[in-house]
Ligand binder design. Sequence first.
Ligand code: PLP
Length: 379
Amino acid sequence: MYKIMTPGPVQVPEKVRMARSRSTTNADLDPVFYDEYKALCEKISGLLHTDNETLILSGEGILGLEAACASLTEPGDQVLVLDNGIYGAGFADFVTMYGGEPTLYTTDYKNEIDPDELEAYLEENHDFKYATVVHCDTPSGMLNDIHRICPILKSFGILTVVDSVSGMFGNRVDVDAAKIDLLCGGSQKAISAPPGLTTVTISDDVKDAMNNRKTPIASFYCNLNTFRGYYENKWFPYTMPISDIYGLEAAIDLIAEEGEGLYERHARLANATRKALQEAGLSLYQESGFSDTVTVFEIPEGLTDVDILNRMKELHGIMLAGSFGELGGKVIRIGHMGASANTADMLAVMAGLEETLEFLGWKAEKSLLGTFQILLNDL
Ligand SMILES: *Cc1c(COP(=O)(O)O)cnc(C)c1O
């Protein structure tokens, strides 16, 4: 068993694992389960600072992204796809799949999207039904300032779809302040439950857009309208994965109990990680837009991701991640999100990385572990 320090899936606390073994009921027929499901959805909305409705869908994080595009896109719809990372660009595929016409707004992959530049672009180009933006683009660790970006989009009458699968509950999300129309989340990132569930939090504007469609939604599983009236009618569109939902409920309870401390914990560990890596002489991949859930550093000259990752696993029992797409083979990613974002395990990561890089022939300017410890005490 490895210590999982990847940017999702992350470690799952015992309370969450135990909740998944609760005895089950018939989720379709038991009104108690409808109450529990609805209460959990409302709790998630509350933690995201909104009264907008949250739905929990049976499927991994990608389902939410596709459901957003399937439910909002009609043939010929113009969609703005904000792209400064792999997930950012990926939205264009879902838009196209459902007949929409994506316009990519592509900016430098090493920097966060500049809201002022976006605003200037929108002054000239704003005939879009909705726009997609990724909060934390996990392959590069890119955090976009959705609390500034989305209100600008909204001021041009553009619906906002945000993928915060790897951002939410590690970095703050205030749905109402940010004016997010459709927020996507996933169980296996900072939420710290196993993979299998996606959450969507949808505004009334999204509901209106779905109700005012001229063409039917070309999907069943990805049709968010199928949940309409589920509670009043006691009718889910498909049988809910009850044990997954019990696990999610326990994970959300832990998040609620931790309160503000959750964001302080992530910020403190992320800051110390970034600074310790840099002081040791490693280069972070990004220049701006650092997420508090994942840190991405460049592999030093002459070393390979396979060698680093293997030694971390085999000798230190720690699983880190490489990346993919253009970043494949060039960077290492440390996931410090959710339950994995704890001091003891991050100390082990730093110690292991220090030994591994030195073993592979790289000379640190300063001790990774020592610097990390000092920084943690100062932050
Ligand atoms: C993890 C993740 C998803 C969900 O998809 P995976 O299949 O787990 O990769 C979606 N968006 C982002 C930004 C993610 O990090």
